[in-house]
Design a protein. Structure first.
Length: 447
């Protein structure tokens, strides 16, 4: 692993400016594609254009896929479709090639596909483009070792050698019948230790873990995580082997999903990067800020309607931040636990009410402790029994409401097919703030 310091980047720029191709070629040969992609982020477009021809085609394609989406899109805009096809798509596995082509506009997609020299690869890419990108079919690749159940060991080994010439990494050997239906996997250990006269069907490991091409990415992630797999076969509706998904593809999707959920929970409505322009970042952040402003105005209206009560007892105003902050924190805690359970499937439809009951018990304990602590503090320091009682009762009610609201909202969003991560952000905070303020004002006025 090379540390890409500022001096290192400056040295690369000097070599580019001096057109020292030999030194640059030697430097690039010794770098991992991910490190080269990191260097690219510090270079100008014309400098990047000069570097690409110095790499072999396989590494150039790998570097392209390691780039951030915006940097990759910027580079692709400068290249003709024929060059994209021959220098990049031809040297990528089908799943990466599909991801790359999906980033192009429709006209460019057609031109790139027309320039792919391998007709079989072009056909595979066209087939994969038909899948929704959020399904297993949209994530899978078609490069894999496939053998027939009736082959002998020597025949199997010979066929594996032939197929392996065009495959970068071999994770499993998949066994199919004459109709291409997946029957099992062939561990290499069994291939080595069994007699050569054995047929594959007597040696293979039957009933492998599979996903269907229409399954969601979340289901793929859960299968790989649950069974500790490095690759997962994908079958169609009648059990035919159509592709495979590797763990590196899944990790990329998990990271992207985590980033989307984190931004959504933070009140950012679109997927943005630090490198995005001002207008895109503003458009992503402004909607929830406006909603928050509306929530603040609603709170001020609630307080305005109790102006006389606050004027008669100004100490009420001291605890407004406490009520609002506690309600927001409790709501986010509750919703975060539920969203996590929904994401990893530990919270299922048949035990939702058990979760609600558990959350009710937890909130009763938390509400009781918080209320008692605040009651004791106010009793000895405030000297106002009405405010002391109202703050404690209000906190108890607010914690109970926020817990239930934070639990039920993500469950409802999940049932409505809306991302429940929305419930862990400003939506919960704003709602709890408004309801909490109403609870506090009404209880205090009543007392």
């Amino acid at each position: 692993m090379i540390e890409l310091t500022k001096d290192y980047i400056e040295n690369v720029k000097l070599l580019i400016a001096g057109h020292d191709d030999d030194a640059l070629r030697s430097l690039l040969d010794n770098l991992h594609p991910a490190d080269i992609a990191e260097i690219y982020q510090e270079l100008e477009a014309d400098e990047i254009t000069l570097l690409y021809p110095l790499m072999d085609e396989d590494k150039a394609a790998d570097v392209l896929m390691e780039l951030d989406e915006e940097d990759r899109h910027r580079l692709l805009k400068e290249l003709p479709p024929e060059l994209i096809a021959k220098r990049f798509v031809d040297n990528l596995e089908t799943d990466d090639a599909v991801d790359l082509i999906r980033e192009l506009d429709e006209d460019t997609q057609g031109e790139v596909l027309s320039h792919i020299e391998d007709a079989e690869q072009a056909g595979d890419i066209v087939d994969l483009l038909k899948y929704d990108e959020d399904t297993a079919g949209g994530l899978m690749g078609t490069e894999m070792i496939v053998v027939n159940e009736n082959w002998s060991m020597p025949q199997c080994i010979e066929e594996m050698r032939r197929q392996a010439e065009e495959i970068e990494e071999i994770h499993y050997v998949y066994v199919v019948d004459d109709d291409e239906r997946l029957l099992g996997v062939l561990p290499l250990q069994r291939l080595i230790t069994n007699p050569s006269v054995s047929k594959i069907k007597h040696v293979m490991k039957k009933d492998p873990v599979v996903v269907h091409d229409s399954d969601s990415i979340e289901e793929v992630v859960q299968a790989i995580e649950k069974y500790d797999l490095v690759a997962l076969p994908v079958v169609d509706s009648i059990g035919r082997l159509v592709g495979r998904i590797t763990i590196d593809d899944v990790m990329d999707e998990v990271r992207e999903q985590h980033e989307r959920d984190y931004q959504l929970a933070s009140g950012i409505s679109q997927d943005v990067e630090t490198s995005d322009n001002v207008f895109l970042q503003t458009a992503a952040r402004l909607p929830w800020l406006l909603i928050g402003m509306i929530g603040g105005i609603s709170n001020s209206m609630i307080l305005g309607s109790f102006e006389s009560a606050i004027a008669a007892n100004p100490k009420m105003a001291l605890f407004i931040p406490l009520i609002g902050g506690t309600g927001g924190n409790v709501g986010i805690q509750s919703s975060a636990i539920v969203v996590q359970g929904l994401a990893n499937k530990s919270l299922k439809q048949d035990n939702i009410w058990a979760q609600v009951a558990k959350e009710t018990l937890v909130s009763l304990i938390n509400a009781g402790i918080i209320s008692l602590v605040v009651f004791a503090y106010n009793f000895f320091t405030l000297g106002d029994r009405t405010i002391t009682a109202s703050v404690s009762l209000s906190l108890f009610a607010v914690v109970m409401f926020a817990s239930m609201f934070g639990t039920l909202v993500p469950m409802t969003l999940e049932r409505l097919k809306i991302d429940p991560a929305l419930a862990t952000g400003p939506f919960i905070t704003i709602t709890n703030d408004i309801i909490g303020m109403m609870i506090y004002m009404y209880i205090t006025s009543a007392l």
